[in-house]
Design a protein around this ligand. Structure first.
Ligand code: PEP
Ligand code: MN
Length: 268
């Protein structure tokens, strides 16, 4: 693996007018899942005020258990689009099924490929062909070489609008949901021209740890973060324990703003 970081080598990816991979550090924030209009709008308004540039929220959720909340599907996409109109935040949301790419692409500015689908090669190829901005999350048991291979499926179809996301991997450690592999940031950036962001939420699994991992992402030179925020985490239908509250998100963002000049980035 070539380890040298080539300065200024990252190609930035435009997501609804927000560049990921340029001189700005992009914060993507929102609930794990779109649950209802009131909640989504409250989170969107709050995270925008605190400095988020892009809104996240799952409409199609890959849940471990089939009896868990699976997301609102198309209704969730409609709410995300309304939210974009109201608050001017571009949208990233997951597409789990090759048959739903066109539907999700109609509503979203960026298509998320979740950890569980990192090696779903037909899905990767089709998203590659769509040419749409894509966010590829690292499989929870994938090596960096396998992650790069998955990214190349998308790139090989001519889609350069690809952002990679380190989200924690499964190790022997059980204190956290995943082990954040912070080395993934510089290593991936030395291998591909894609921007690299970090998901501190799914790595930490617990709210109080999330800011520490977000700060580590800034220090490691990540191009941004994707963070879960909920207006009332105790009532969240999905991933409540790791969701930041809005005040918690604001505090984290204040520290990130203080850190950015050190890594020569500006908030987006
Ligand atoms: C998510 O971002 O909501 C998600 C399901 O993440 P991952 O695919 O990384 O588990
Ligand atoms: Mn989640």
């Amino acid at each position: 693996m070539e380890q040298r970081r080539k300065r200024g080598w990252t190609l930035s990816v435009d997501v609804g007018g927000i560049a990921i991979g340029g001189s700005r550090f992009v914060t993507i924030a929102g609930p794990c899942a779109v649950e209802d209009r009131r909640g989504l709008f409250a989170v969107a308004r709050g995270v925008r005020r605190a400095g988020a540039a892009i809104l996240r929220g799952g409409a199609f959720k890959p849940r471990t258990n089939p009896r868990s909340f699976q997301g609102l599907g198309k209704e969730g996409l409609i709410l995300l689009r309304e939210c974009r109109r109201r608050y001017g935040l571009p949208i990233v949301t997951e597409v789990m099924d090759i048959r739903e790419i066109d539907l999700v692409a109609e509503y979203a500015d960026m298509l998320q490929i979740g950890s569980r689908n990192m090696q779903n090669f037909p899905l990767l190829r089709e998203i590659g062909r769509s040419g749409r901005p894509a966010l590829l999350k690292r499989g929870m048991a994938a090596t960096l070489e396998e992650f790069v291979g998955a990214a190349e499926y998308i790139l090989a179809e001519g889609n350069r609008n690809l952002v990679l996301c380190e989200r924690g991997i499964r190790t022997f450690e059980t204190a956290t949901r995943g082990t954040l592999d912070i080395c993934a940031v510089p290593i991936l950036k030395s291998r591909l021209r894609c921007p690299v962001i970090v998901d501190p939420s799914h790595a930490a699994g617990q709210r109080w740890l999330v800011p520490y991992l977000a700060h580590a992402a800034v220090a490691a030179g990540a191009d941004g973060i994707i963070v879960e925020v909920h207006q009332d985490p105790a009532k969240a239908l999905c991933d409540g324990p790791q969701a930041l509250t809005l005040p918690g998100f604001r505090r984290m963002m204040a520290t990130i703003r203080d850190m950015l000049p050190i890594v020569r980035k500006q908030p987006a």
